[in-house]
Design a protein around this ligand. Sequence first.
Ligand SMILES: [Ca+2]
Ligand SMILES: [Ca+2]
Ligand SMILES: [Ca+2]
Length: 291
Amino acid sequence: MGKLFLFFGMALFVTMSYCQVGIGTTTPSPAAMLEVSSTSDGGLTYRGFMPPRVPDVAARNLINPSFSDAGLLIYLSSSGCLQFWTGLIWENIKCATDISTPPTLLGTQNFEIVPVIPELPVTGINTSNYFIDSGPFPEGLPNYNSEVRGYGINSGTTELTFGPLDASLFSFLIIRFHLASFSKSSNQGADSNDSVILSVSNNGVNYIEEIKILGYNNSRWGFNNNNLAIANSSGSGNPTIVQSTGNFDSGIGKVELKNIPTSANFSFKIHLKNDLNDEIWIIDDVEVLGL
Ligand SMILES: [Ca+2]
Ligand SMILES: [Ca+2]
Ligand SMILES: [Ca+2]
């Protein structure tokens, strides 16, 4: 009796006309041998199509398809990949790890009178450290990346603290900023004793140095330099050191720290140091992004 009910139950949802099969539809498309409808009740309840899920490569290899099985489809659970059999090998159609979501901008600090939204909070600003002009060297290049102001130091140190941010909803953070090395004379610029250090904190108390930029042989460059100093957060306290190799196109115009662990009380510092009146570090457009 139970089997009889099951048979009639299936007959309500599976329609066969000649060799065509409809699941959840009584009118499979004339072009389809098999049509699986997304609903079985007129559109109130939707469902998906589930390809055969195979747990791992060893299990998949037990399928042992031949050349004539080309087009066979499976979902390989261990790698999260939809795969098809080419007749010779299994190829990935798409894997879950291929699908990346764009990062979310948590805040920008542009050092302007009118901030961009969302604004990245900053403390430690000394208004005499805004740079609003151009050059002098490299000549004619602006002392800012955005609008009319950058922030920097000549002959001394300055340290800005950014945050705090509650970034606990994200898995990882990225910090980016633009960097220029200007000079007041044509033969001066940043050297290996002049540094820009980015350090991060997950509690607002202890900061760990992650990336350190150094000048080289009086190097100077503007914000039009696109060379990127990039590092992964290590948390070790031994910062990744990146040194310019010369002037202009050999400078480091962008700094990016990736894979930073998040926290509910995240902050970071940028410390600028040089030791001659003619040496000028300037930063602009500091951003934090969440992944
Ligand atoms: Ca700016
Ligand atoms: Ca110098
Ligand atoms: Ca120096």
